[in-house]
Write a protein that binds this ligand. Structure first.
Ligand code: PGA
Length: 234
């Protein structure tokens, strides 16, 4: 493509992403803008329900979703990288060393839950519901970052996208739990409304996300290795 060879002379990309994508989307945009120095970008971060509302109302050029929406929507969605959900606890929590924890055991613990409208919240409720269980919700928080701090404060367990933990060091107070059925393996999708004519910049960005997938996978592997305390199987 001409755009790849020369760099786009100018252009504008309006991107709207789901909350957990804010942990990588700005860096990806930064690398994209380095390659295409004439391109300006805008980034909106919000939860699943409002990303889908904006998509239906055609407010942005492209959307990044944490999974393919189960709802029937007129859109084109292309997967580009994994987006696993893990159960997270304080590293001093006794479950941090256990293997193969049944979901029933989680129902005995306090849970920190995302707000209504969050895709992750629905996933957690569905997973518990399928096992005939209800989480003991201690508090609801509208931000992944606030949830991490609530776990530092030992207020309970939660389910987070592994990307939200990318900046946690080996000495982090957070640990991944080895729960049956987890991680929930999902994919990142880049999407736009069906029938929308994409700009050259938007097209170039979709291709660029494909190129970034290897880097995102490596980052996930490193994060998982740093935050695992239970002994992986030999
Ligand atoms: P949410 O979605 O921010 O709406 O929970 C994030 C995700 O599905 O990864």
């Amino acid at each position: 493509k001409v755009a790849d060879l020369k760099g786009l002379k100018r252009g504008y990309l309006k991107l709207c992403v789901i909350t957990t994508a804010k942990y990588f989307a700005p860096e990806v945009l930064g690398r994209f803008c380095q390659r295409h120095q004439g391109v300006d970008v805008a980034l909106k971060v919000t939860n699943r329900d409002s990303v889908l509302e904006r998509l239906i109302a055609n407010k942005d050029d492209l959307y990044i979703l944490g999974q393919n929406p189960e709802r029937d929507l007129e859109m084109i969605a292309t997967p580009f990288a994994p987006n696993p959900l893990h159960v997270i606890a304080h590293r001093e929590h006794p479950l941090a060393l256990e293997r193969n924890i049944p979901v029933e055991r989680l129902a005995e613990e306090y849970f920190i839950m995302r707000e209504p409208g969050s895709g992750i919240r629905d996933y957690v409720l569905k997973t518990f519901g399928e096992a005939g269980l209800k989480p003991r919700v201690r508090m609801e928080l509208g931000s992944n970052e606030a949830i991490k701090h609530a776990i530092y404060g030992k207020l309970g367990l939660s389910v987070l996208s592994l990307h939200t933990l990318a900046q946690e060091a080996e000495s982090s107070e957070l640990a991944i739990l080895d729960v049956q059925g987890f991680p929930l393996e999902r994919q990142w999708y880049v999407a736009h409304a069906k029938g929308k004519e994409l700009s050259v910049v938007a097209d170039a960005f979709i291709d660029f996300l494909g190129e970034e997938s290897g880097r995102l996978c490596r980052q996930l592997d490193e994060t998982r290795a740093r935050l695992t305390r239970f002994q992986p199987p030999a």
